[in-house]
Write a protein that binds this ligand. Structure first.
Ligand SMILES: Cc1cc2nc3c(=O)[nH]c(=O)nc-3n(C[C@H](O)[C@H](O)[C@H](O)COP(=O)(O)O)c2cc1C
Length: 220
């Protein structure tokens, strides 16, 4: 049993999104989730982009024969670590209204035809078993609520991309407005801590919530 944490900020463990993701992992530990004893760490900034072998393999009508070559090997490993995880925690900043390129690189490796989804006449069907995906987002400005003055392509994109492979149980937590600093940032952090406490309190009252279907945004 394990938790997979994907760190997507170029600032790694010094980042706001990583700190927020640590509060989520601490919450899992306190909630007694067995899987939280073993956290598998992936730094998305160390991933290479998909290469020509990968693009050829995915672009052809049938799966390639023989041993996987090029970035197909990295893709296999990333898919296996995702399939093995009971919970997924994604720590990500917002970059230009959406996911940073490091997170997009991971998505390109794990959202893979004939491996994690199949194409049918009805559309793309996910292959992975659903499980909770807790997403810790940090942004310089606000992207949710009435005072947001920028579009949010991050949360709808991540929901659509991961739903493609069968992961539909996403819960978003956020520290927004980090560029404001000072008291505004402290207040944003306090709201995120409160959202996390509410989430785990709900999970304690209704343990099924930890594996419930659907996606939501926990931040206020
Ligand atoms: C390349 C780049 C693009 C960014 N684009 C946005 C953006 O579109 N909206 C926003 O609110 N903040 C944006 N920011 C600011 C970061 O989201 C913000 O500094 C965040 O707190 C960083 O989180 P981290 O510490 O987890 O990396 C951007 C930062 C960088 C480096």
């Amino acid at each position: 049993m394990s938790v997979l944490r994907l760190t997507c900020s170029p600032r790694g463990a010094d980042s706001e999104s990583y700190r927020l993701s640590q509060s989520l992992i601490d919450g899992l530990v306190r909630s007694g989730a067995e899987c939280a004893r073993h956290v598998v760490e992936i730094d998305a900034n160390r991933l290479t982009h998909v290469d020509a072998e990968y693009a050829r393999a995915l672009g052809s009508p049938t799966a390639p024969d023989g041993e996987p070559r090029g970035s197909l090997r990295q893709s296999d490993r990333l898919i296996q670590s995702l399939a093995d995880a009971d919970h997924v925690v994604i720590a990500t900043p917002m970059h230009n209204y959406t996911v940073p390129s490091a997170l997009k690189a991971w998505i390109d490796h794990v959202v893979r035809v004939r491996s994690t989804f199949s194409v049918t006449r009805e559309g793309k069907i996910g292959v992975l078993a659903d499980r909770p995906v807790l997403v810790a987002v940090s942004s310089g400005g606000l992207f949710s609520g009435p005072d947001a003055r920028q579009p949010d392509f991050l949360t709808p994109y991540l929901k659509a991309a991961l739903a493609t492979i069968g992961l539909k149980n996403l819960v978003f937590f956020s520290v927004e407005g980090t560029a404001m600093g000072g008291q505004a940032l402290e207040a944003a952090r306090a709201r995120a801590r409160a959202d996390i406490a509410t989430y785990f309190a709900t999970c304690r009252r209704q343990p099924a919530a930890l594996s419930a279907q659907g996606s939501s945004h926990a931040s206020s």
